[in-house]
Design a protein around this ligand. Structure first.
Ligand SMILES: NC(=O)c1ccc[n+]([C@@H]2O[C@H](COP(=O)([O-])OP(=O)(O)OC[C@H]3O[C@@H](n4cnc5c(N)ncnc54)[C@H](OP(=O)(O)O)[C@@H]3O)[C@@H](O)[C@H]2O)c1
Length: 299
């Protein structure tokens, strides 16, 4: 099929490459001309701007957007609109908030344009292994774009979740689960690392856990790789970003009265990881000092 890919970062670039390898004609666009050139050299067709993108497609035009959530997605859709006509499809494959996706789908539907939200998982390994796709779409738009999903995903690695918004909803919870899993592995490895009784080899532990243990997983395989590079993780600071889905998952859990302590605490642990010191801990130290004369450490 012929489609366009907007945004050629870690995800959009590799996805374009996988689509080209899978026999699709891919029109690529990114703000940096050298990024466009990189994928032209791998067989894609370059575009010089968003109007050039739409002019290089034939109706029904299919445009996949792979840029950061929020304003970049909003602006990209607004700039694409003048070049789109009834029956065309916009796919947002990034980590957008599902409520934004529902709103965008309704706005676009009023113009006769389909909106698909494809929650996309697989990271930089997706190029070789395929991407897991969680898709929110009308049945008609899903069917039209299915050959694209088939190429991007591993066998049976894509599914139609429901109407627009549902793909990003499922991806939100997927990432919430990821937060909790990462936190559990991280805590376990920290205890092993801190052991006073044993000097343990974390790479060896990760490796043996990946062979038949109930906690084996792809994340733990990646732990094995990371510890192989440096069992002490000396080059890293324990500073962990978040890109929104954890917060949205926690908010959704609260809105639904669903207790989700593991995901909630794993989000809070990320916030704590960004502080060099904690004001709340200072307050506790100060109060213990006030009521009990307990010793404090000076900053
Ligand atoms: N990385 C992952 O493992 C992963 C996995 C699943 C989903 N996602 C989601 O996929 C999306 C893309 O992620 P990524 O990892 O590929 O990000 P990335 O490597 O940072 O690439 C982002 C791309 O978007 C472009 N971009 C940034 N701001 C823009 C704007 N205001 N207008 C137009 N283009 C803009 C960038 O262009 P410039 O180079 O010019 O800035 C770049 O081409 C995000 O929503 C992310 O949350 C990422």
């Amino acid at each position: 099929m012929r489609l366009a890919m907007i945004g050629l970062g870690r995800m959009g670039g590799n996805m374009s490459e996988r689509l080209v390898k899978g026999g699709h004609e891919v029109v690529v666009y990114a703000r940096k001309a050298e990024e466009v050139q990189r994928y032209v050299s791998k067989g894609a067709t370059g575009a010089s701007g968003l109007s050039d993108v739409t002019s290089k497609l034939k109706s029904p035009r299919i445009v996949w957007i792979m840029v950061p959530a929020g304003k970049p997605v909003e602006e990209t859709i607004a700039s694409l609109l003048p070049g789109l006509t009834k029956g065309d499809v916009i796919i947002d494959g990034g980590n957008s908030n599902y409520r934004d996706s529902m709103r965008r789908a309704a706005d676009l539907q009023a113009k006769g344009i389909h909106f698909i939200d494809s929650g996309t998982s697989g990271g930089i390994w997706g190029l070789a292994n395929g991407y897991c796709l969680m898709i929110g779409a009308s049945p008609e738009a899903f069917k039209l774009c299915e050959p694209i999903f088939k190429t991007l995903a591993p066998p049976d690695g894509y599914a139609h979740m429901g109407p627009p918004g549902s793909g990003h909803y499922v991806k939100m919870i997927h990432n919430g689960i990821e937060y909790g899993m990462l936190q559990a592995y991280a805590e376990g490895y920290e205890i092993l690392h801190a052991s006073r009784d044993f000097k343990l080899d974390l790479r060896k532990i990760a490796s043996v856990w990946n062979r038949g243990s109930v906690v084996r997983s792809w994340l733990n395989e990646l732990a094995e790789t990371a510890f192989e590079k440096d069992g002490e993780l000396r080059d890293l600071r324990g500073y962990v970003e978040d890109s929104g889905e954890g917060r949205w998952t926690v908010q959704e859990a609260i809105d639904l009265d669903v207790p989700a302590p593991v995901i909630t605490l794993s989000l809070l642990a990320r916030l704590r990881s960004r502080q060099t010191d904690s004001f709340s801990a200072k307050v506790i130290a100060a109060l213990r000092n006030e009521f009990g004369g307990h010793a404090v450490k000076k900053s």
